[in-house]
Design a protein around this ligand. Sequence first.
Ligand code: QL4
Length: 363
Amino acid sequence: EHIASFSHMSADHASFPLDSWLKCEQQALKAERKQLENYVHPQGLYTVRQTLARFLRLTRGVKCRPEQIVLGSGTQQLLRQLSSIMNPDTTYGIEEPGYQRLRHLLESEGRSVAYVPLDDQGVSMSYLEKSRVSAVITTPSHQFPTGIIMPISRRIELLNWAVTNENRYIIEDDYDSEFIYDADAVPSLQSLDGSNRVIYTGTFSKSLLPGLRISYMVLPVPLLEKYRDKLAFLMSSCSTLTQLTLQRFIETGEYQKHIKKMTKLYRVRRERLIEELEKAFERTIEITGANSGLHFVVTVKSERGEREILERAKALGLEVYGTSRFYQQVYTSTHPSLVIGFARLSEEQMEEAVTTLKEAVYG
Ligand SMILES: Cc1ncc(COP(=O)(O)O)c(/C=N/[C@@H](CCC(=O)O)COc2ccccc2)c1O
């Protein structure tokens, strides 16, 4: 067992509003027996999609009708469905560094994949324009793992890139968009898209629990028609009970209340952690990508490479991940960088965790 964890792969489960979730679940079980006795619409219950459409418009400016939403048991399942209705010779662009599980999924489906390097504003347009990528998968709200927030100017450039060729798409993975600290929420790419180029995906894994397995995708109308042609045989892949519970949880305002509470809690934790890190490491670290999400990146000036630092951290009982795991290419950098998550780190553990990290890096 770890003494402390900087894992970016966990939400703060201790703060999950179990009582109100259970209440919504019991109400759903009682009031919606009919729905539970049958198979529901392949895209998920229409009434749940109505709630989600309203919620996405309110929180992310996403413009869509319930018909365009597909509920799924995780982002990977939705991407698998999407890649089966898109042009088979699409080349998918994955951010480098980026979320490798989506790359593995696309490769396992035999799709062609290329990597798209980043600059300090997100996906590099100069690279994209020269590449054969026709569908770029991007995480503009808090780039995974660097934490870059894509500014509006780059979003416009990206949309212009997409409209210059009708085979081009942007898959906006709005992961980690719920928690924003010292930055204004930037409108989603989908809300700026007037040409049916953006497929918007999101998940409740971070704001609620990854184990609920409830994620969603918003299809532009032309792709919705393809979805109906090719995938009408599918059954909804996420539990009807979870769908109905989530609907109540949103409709009763519990969800927004939870986000407000967690944003306050995470903001305090993030500030405390940054203070502790700067105190312990003085000017030998650089902290980036800290303005939103549940993790940031710490780059250290140390002769030790990432692998050695992680091995030492492990031996000291500290869970922490490096950024090289998010590169398709071998990543050799002079200064190793670590993904520092703070969702699961309590304030009591913080000082010890930082001291242990310093021991791993410089000890
Ligand atoms: C970019 C990106 N997009 C979507 C997802 C979520 O996918 P879904 O849960 O299937 O909808 C992840 C999950 N990334 C996960 C793993 C990252 C890694 O492999 O190192 C981390 O996910 C969680 C982190 C905290 C709390 C809950 C989940 C994604 O990193």
